[in-house]
Every structure is written in structure tokens, then in C-alpha cells.
Design a protein around this ligand. Structure first.
Ligand code: SF4
Length: 206
């Protein structure tokens, strides 16, 4: 694929999903960080149903740093993998308090030092909380679509991200973070993609 085709596809996806945006609810960068950590292996809808009761009790890094693991686990449980997620959220609170004066840091390098925050989550936080996209968050939808449409032959998220960022100019990164996910949820599903309704068939490897 060349850059011209990559931009063509991105523009078509933007036409297909003009309202695409982040579907996680949050009010502060720290709430975004918590929501994105909970969203691993869980739907955004379920995260949004779960976070109000969490934030009613724990809403700042200090709150999480001081939380009792078993209390937090009860609240996190509906999102799955609750033991690991709760442990990471407490460690994340402690790290933000000790290393970043209680504020969510605003660089990728700093974000990925926080327990539970990998490159994908850090990309989402930079975009959604700080409106400063630094890359493209490669989740399961993005990975599938990048492979099917020929943006990347790689399977490792970090390599797929490199291919995407090489092909797609930075001005489109913000949109790409949203439209790939929406395309993956709506038409380009893992099983039985709805190719007959897709405007990208001529570009597709499937
Ligand atoms: S043609 Fe089918 S597989 Fe290809 S991008 Fe569209 S929905 Fe996905």
C-alpha cells in the first residue's frame, strides 16, 4: 500500500462514520485512565455502567493509592479480570502520586511507566484526555482492519502501529483512532464481516 491509497481509505471511512468518537465516559484525565484500563477484554458499554459506582468512592489517584484491594475488587468485578485490574489501578494511583505529583502525565514515555498502562492505553489517553494524539491505538479491531485492508502484514500491535503511522499522515491519526474501531464494530466484524455493505471492498484483501 502507498500513502495515497491509505489516505483514500481513511477518507472513505470518515465518510462512513462521521460521528465516530470515543465511547468511554470520563470527566478527568484520571477517569479516562481508569476507564481505559478497565476496558481491556471488556466492552465500553459495560465499563460505562461500572465506572459511576467506582468513581463515587474512588475518583483521584490518592483515592486509588489508599484503596483496599478487596473493596476495589468488588466494584471492578463486572469488568472481568478484576483481580489484576484492581491491583493495577491501586499501583497506578500510587505511581501517579509518587512520580507525577498526583497528576496524569502528558507524555507517552511517562504514561507507559504506570502499571496497567501499555502503549495502546497511553495512545488513547493522549488522544482523549489531552487531545494530543501521539500514535494509533492498535486494539483488536484496528489490528484486524489494518491486516484486511493491507495497511500492515504484521501481527504485533507495535509493528502494526508503526506501519499505520508511516502510511497515514499525522493530521488523520485522531480520526483513525475512532473510525477503525467503529468499522470493526459495525461492518468489519471478526466473524461474518458485512462486506456487501462495505465501501472498501475494492481495497480489501479478504
Ligand atoms: S470488505 Fe469486508 S473484510 Fe474488507 S474492510 Fe470491508 S467489511 Fe472488512
Amino acid at each position: 500500500m502507498n500513502k495515497k491509497v491509505a489516505v483514500e481509505i481513511v477518507k472513505k471511512l470518515t465518510e462512513m462514520y462521521p460521528d465516530a468518537k470515543c465511547s468511554l465516559d470520563f470527566k478527568t484525565p484520571f477517569e479516562m485512565l481508569v476507564a481505559v484500563c478497565l476496558s481491556a477484554q471488556c466492552t465500553d458499554e459495560r465499563v460505562n455502567k461500572t465506572t459511576p459506582s467506582i468513581f463515587a468512592q474512588y475518583d483521584t489517584p490518592e483515592d486509588f493509592a489508599n484503596a483496599k484491594l478487596e473493596d476495589l475488587e468488588k466494584l471492578v468485578r463486572p469488568c472481568g479480570f478484576y483481580k489484576n485490574k484492581s491491583k493495577n489501578l491501586i499501583s497506578a494511583g500510587k505511581t501517579i502520586v509518587s512520580d507525577f505529583d498526583g497528576e496524569v502525565p502528558q507524555t507517552m514515555d511517562e504514561l507507559i511507566t504506570i502499571p496497567g498502562v501499555g502503549r495502546k492505553s497511553a495512545n488513547v489517553i493522549m488522544l482523549e484526555a489531552f487531545d494530543n494524539p501521539q500514535g494509533i491505538a492498535v486494539d483488536t479491531h484496528c489490528k484486524r482492519i489494518a491486516n484486511r485492508l493491507g495497511f500492515s502484514k504484521e501481527t504485533e500491535p507495535s509493528k502494526i502501529e508503526q506501519d499505520l503511522c508511516r502510511l497515514i499522515p499525522k493530521e488523520y491519526w485522531k480520526d483513525v483512532n475512532h473510525i477503525f474501531i467503529w468499522h470493526g464494530r459495525n461492518l468489519c466484524t471478526s466473524r461474518n464481516p458485512k462486506c456487501s455493505r462495505c465501501k472498501l471492498r475494492k481495497y480489501c484483501n479478504c
